[in-house]
Write a protein that binds this ligand. Structure first.
Ligand SMILES: Nc1ncnc2c1ncn2[C@@H]1O[C@H](COP(=O)(O)OP(=O)(O)O)[C@@H](O)[C@H]1O
Ligand SMILES: [Mg+2]
Length: 289
C-alpha cells in the first residue's frame, strides 16, 4: 500500500477505534419507524440497520431496539374491513382495534425484527412493553374517549437490562400495560424516549423515513442541530408537523431526563447508525436542550 494512503487510512482507523472504545458498555436506544417497516418499501437500508445493531452488540455496545408499526396496523385493519378514525393523529383504539394492534405489533412486526437480527448473526429477544411491566401506562386523558390510547405512567427497565446484559438485543413493541393488566396503544416515539430515559441511555436515536428534521421553505434542508426553543417555535409555525412532533417531543423529554444526546436520522441512508456513533459530524438532526 502507498505510504500516503496507508497514513490516511491509519488516522481514520485510529479515530474510529477511539469512538468504538468510548461506546463500549454504553446503552443506545434506537427507535425504528413504522414508516420504514412496510414490506413494499423494504429498502436495503433496513438491512444495514439490522447489521449495524449486530455489529454494535459484537463490539460491546448495548443497543435496544423499540419499534412502532402504524402503517402495518392500518393494512391489517383494512384487510379485516375495519376503518380507523384518527383524532389529532391518534388512532381511536376500541377493544377490537387494540387486539389487532397487539397482534401486529407484538406479533408479526416484533418477530420479523427478531428474525432479521438472527439472520444477521445476532441474538434478539422480542417483547412488548407489557412483559416485565417495562412500559406502564394509563389511559390518555382528554375531552374525547380514545379507548385504549395510553400514555406512559412509569418505565421499569429491569427486564431490558437483564436481556442486554446477557448478550441479547432487546426488541420492544410499543404496547403498554395498565395497573389492571389492560393493554394500551402507545405512541412509539414517546415510549422510546421514556425507555431511553429509564435505561440511562448514552444516546437516543430515532430512525425515520426522512433524513432528519427539515427546515421547510425554499431549500428544505436538514437541520443538523435543533435547539429546544427553536423546535417549539417550528411546531407552532407548522414547519414541524404530524409524525415529526412526537419525535421532537420524545427527544426533548429524553434530554430533560439526562440522556446526553438525542438524534432524528434517516433510516434509508445505509449504515446511518454507525456514522452517527462513530464520526464527529454524525448524520441527520441532533437535538439540544
Ligand atoms: N419538519 C419536518 N421535517 C421532517 N419530517 C416532517 C416534518 N414535519 C412533518 N414531517 C413528517 O413526519 C414524518 C415522519 O413521521 P412518521 O410518518 O410518523 O414516521 P415514523 O414511522 O418513523 O414514526 C415524515 O415522513 C414527514 O412526512
Ligand atoms: Mg410515527
Amino acid at each position: 500500500m502507498d505510504t500516503l494512503v496507508s497514513t490516511t487510512l491509519g488516522t481514520s482507523l485510529a479515530q474510529t477505534l477511539r469512538y468504538v472504545n468510548a461506546w463500549k458498555s454504553k446503552t443506545v436506544v434506537v427507535k425504528y419507524g413504522g414508516s420504514l417497516m412496510s414490506p413494499e418499501d423494504a429498502s436495503p437500508a433496513g438491512d444495514t440497520l439490522i447489521e449495524d445493531l449486530v455489529l454494535l452488540k459484537g463490539i460491546g455496545v448495548d443497543p435496544v431496539l423499540i419499534h412502532g408499526g402504524g402503517p402495518e396496523i392500518t393494512r391489517m385493519l383494512d384487510r379485516l374491513g375495519k376503518r380507523s378514525r384518527f383524532v389529532n393523529g391518534l388512532r381511536v383504539t376500541d377493544d377490537e382495534t387494540m387486539d389487532v394492534v397487539e397482534m401486529v405489533l407484538a406479533g408479526r412486526a416484533n418477530k420479523a425484527l427478531v428474525s432479521m437480527i438472527v439472520a444477521a448473526g445476532g441474538s434478539a429477544v422480542g417483547v412488548s412493553g407489557k412483559d416485565g411491566k417495562v412500559l406502564q401506562a394509563r389511559k390518555l386523558p382528554g375531552p374525547e374517549d380514545l379507548g385504549h390510547v395510553g400514555e406512559i405512567d412509569a418505565v421499569d427497565p429491569t427486564l431490558i437490562k437483564l436481556l442486554s446484559g446477557n448478550g441479547y438485543i432487546p426488541v420492544v413493541a410499543s404496547i403498554g400495560i395498565g395497573a389492571d393488566g389492560r393493554s394500551f396503544n402507545l405512541n412509539a416515539d414517546h415510549a422510546a424516549g421514556a425507555l431511553a430515559a429509564a435505561l440511562g441511555a448514552s444516546k437516543f436515536i430515532l430512525l425515520t423515513d426522512v433524513p432528519g428534521v427539515l427546515a421547510g421553505g425554499e431549500g428544505d434542508e436538514v437541520l443538523s442541530t435543533l435547539q429546544a426553543n427553536d423546535a417549539r417555535r417550528l411546531i407552532r409555525e407548522g414547519v414541524i408537523a404530524r409524525g415529526m412532533i412526537p419525535k421532537v417531543e420524545a427527544c426533548l423529554a429524553a434530554l430533560a431526563a439526562g440522556v446526553p444526546t438525542a438524534h432524528i436520522i434517516g433510516g434509508r441512508t445505509p449504515h446511518a447508525l454507525l456514522v452517527e456513533l462513530f464520526t464527529q459530524e454524525g448524520v441527520g438532526t441532533m437535538m439540544t436542550p
